[in-house]
Design a protein around this ligand. Structure first.
Ligand SMILES: *[C@@H]1O[C@H](CO)[C@@H](O)[C@H](O)[C@H]1NC(C)=O
Ligand SMILES: *[C@@H]1O[C@H](CO)[C@@H](O)[C@H](O)[C@H]1NC(C)=O
Ligand SMILES: *[C@@H]1O[C@H](CO)[C@@H](O)[C@H](O)[C@H]1NC(C)=O
Ligand SMILES: [Zn+2]
Length: 541
């Protein structure tokens, strides 16, 4: 039995005769029993028919009201009849055949016969033939071709905006009827097309996908999009009644978005709406077009540390005036194998600081993290993760990675937290104009916590604002090489410009190695020895 009440009878009758499908009738009657929607729609239609036939039989007063309604319609000043519309009788009543055993008990039970064109005026077929096991199979097939790995799935539905207009029209149609009977319209508790579609389809799709769980929230989303070009113009009159609601935006194909249409419908008066739009809505000739199914897995994040052994490898693709300057980059060398392992559509790379193209990163490497967009796989076993690391290691001799792991989005932000407070260690190869002996540089080893004032270096001025910032060189160590060269090892606060400290940057870094050694100095090579960020956690071999 359908959970319908006496007060629903006029609504059911009104909607059925206006060309609403059985499931839409349930929606408008605020039936929230999910099982009612999962029944075959033909059965529901029969039940609805039996329900109103009973009424016609028992309360002749109501059926009288119904028959006068058609006549009174033309007298209603607010209602403009749709031009050239055929009568909105979509279902014909005919006496029940003897084969309907269970209904035979009710003598006046009538049977509904659908006409050839029976696409629902309210859902445009979405809750009719577009909602059932055939469609569930199609959706599942589409998901399967993409070979995603997932435990749960959430189904989402995108509907043509004109459904709002049609729904509104149906409500006005019902409202008029109820007003005549002094009944209130319970619009807020009505069931949305989206909702009903999910109630019916979730279980069916889950079954087709081999029993995965369809849940309200999942990392994996299958969205089903319906369009109905035939009735796209339904929304157009709203542009003249609420111009403000439809502002064109660059990235939207149409100004008639669902949001905008809902907003315009909130503002429009019933009388104005009825002047422009048929009530009930006109019968469409076709259902919504075959639905567009899109799968999306939320991003996952992986982190690790990388070494860079090349002095001609930028961290990210280096493009000047649209032209590529170096054939590869750290980011691309790491991303290629990672993307293919996780079968992701794209990535977003970030790291704890970055080195110049000519700087190597040695030691334990530099922490990095990557967002993987729409990954088709979201988990790797320890062994697979190690294999991935090996693939990256062997793909070139320019980089290596370690501590590769999946991390959370939140954990990723820890990499950037307090970056300024961290320390980094470097080795610089220094040239001196004046000949030196090891004794001449030994004093540098005793300098502790030297504070530098660094004006934004000339080489980065084009992308950074001009400012003076203070950075601390915590410790230095020298290794004499020959009369014009020595290695300088430094442990500094993160963000110290090492090259500028060595050559002075035309007086922009003070003090500098040149003033300490009382001779011109320059930097020939620089290596990052360690980036002292304790994230991501190291992974024991
Ligand atoms: C990459 O990350 C940045 C910042 O976290 C974000 O604004 C951007 O939208 C991301 N790009 C993609 C393609 O997700
Ligand atoms: C990749 O190279 C790094 C750095 O040399 C090393 O620590 C790591 O163990 C290597 N990983 C694999 C799986 O080869
Ligand atoms: C080094 O710093 C001093 C001040 O400490 C400054 O006078 C000098 O110009 C700088 N040297 C170079 C080469 O920039
Ligand atoms: Zn419908």
């Amino acid at each position: 039995m359908l959970p319908l009440k006496e007060k629903d009878k006029p609504i059911v009758r009104k909607l059925l005769s206006s060309g609403c499908c059985a499931r839409c009738v349930l929606r408008f009657c605020c039936v929230s029993v999910q099982a009612a929607y999962r029944k075959p729609p033909q059965d529901t239609l029969k039940e609805l028919q039996a329900f109103i036939s009973n009424t016609e039989n028992s309360t002749s007063q109501e059926s009288a009201a119904d028959s006068t309604e058609e006549n009174s319609k033309s007298h209603d000043a607010a209602v403009s009849e749709p031009l050239g519309e055929p009568p909105n009788k979509r279902v014909k009543l005919e006496p029940v055949g003897t084969e309907e055993e269970e209904e035979a008990a009710a003598p006046a039970v009538a049977k509904l016969k659908e006409e050839e064109s029976s696409v629902c005026v309210a859902c445009l077929g979405i809750l009719q033939e577009l909602c059932g096991s055939t469609q569930a199979v199609k959706i599942a097939e589409r998901v399967k071709t993409e070979k995603y790995e997932f435990d749960t799935v959430v189904l989402s539905v995108s509907l043509p905006a004109q459904l709002c207009v049609r729904e509104h029209s149906c409500w006005l149609h019902v409202k008029k009827e109820l007003r005549e009977k002094s009944m209130a319209v319970d619009k807020d508790n009505a069931v949305q097309v989206k909702e009903a579609f999910k109630w019916i389809m979730q279980g069916l799709v889950a079954k087709e996908l081999g029993g995965v769980v369809v849940v309200a929230r999942s990392l994996f989303e299958v969205s089903v999009e319906f369009t109905h070009p035939e009735t796209d113009a339904d929304c157009h009159f709203l542009a003249s009644t609420c111009a403000d609601c439809f502002k064109s935006t660059k990235n939207k194909q149409s100004v008639f978005t669902r949001m905008a249409v809902v907003k315009a419908l909130e503002k429009i008066s019933d009388a104005v709406f009825l002047k422009h739009y048929a009530c009930p809505p006109a019968q469409p000739t076709s259902s919504c077009s075959p639905q567009y199914v899109q799968c999306l897995h939320v991003s996952i994040f992986i982190a690790g540390r990388y070494n860079k052994f090349s002095r001609c490898l930028p961290q990210t693709p280096w493009v000047i005036d649209g032209e590529r300057r170096m054939e590869s980059s750290v980011e691309e060398l790491i991303a290629a194998p990672v993307l293919s392992s996780f079968r992701a559509d794209g990535f977003n790379f970030s790291s704890s600081g970055r080195e110049d193209v000519d700087v190597r990163t040695l030691g334990n490497g530099r922490p990095f993290a990557m967002e993987l967009l729409n990954p088709h796989r979201s988990r790797l076993s320890k062994v697979e993760m190690k294999q991935l690391q090996e693939t990256i290691n062997e793909s070139s001799d320019k980089i290596r990675v370690r501590d590769l792991q999946i991390v959370s989005r939140e954990a990723m932000s820890r990499m950037k937290e307090g970056e300024e407070d961290k320390t980094k260690s470097y080795t610089a190869l220094v040239w001196t104009r004046k000949p030196i002996q090891s004794d001449d540089i030994a004093f540098i080893d005793d300098i502790k916590d030297l504070t530098l004032d660094q004006k934004t270096p000339l080489r980065v001025l084009h992308r950074r604002a001009l400012a003076v910032r203070q950075r601390v060189v915590h410790r230095m160590n020298t290794r004499f090489l020959d009369s014009h060269h020595f290695y300088l090892e430094l442990k500094t606060q993160a963000g110290t410009y090492i090259k500028e400290f060595v050559h002075g940057d035309f007086g922009r870094t003070k003090p500098n190695l040149s003033v300490l050694l009382k001779t011109d100095t320059d930097i020939l090579e620089l290596d990052v020895e360690s980036v002292d960020v304790d994230w991501p956690p190291s992974i024991p071999e």
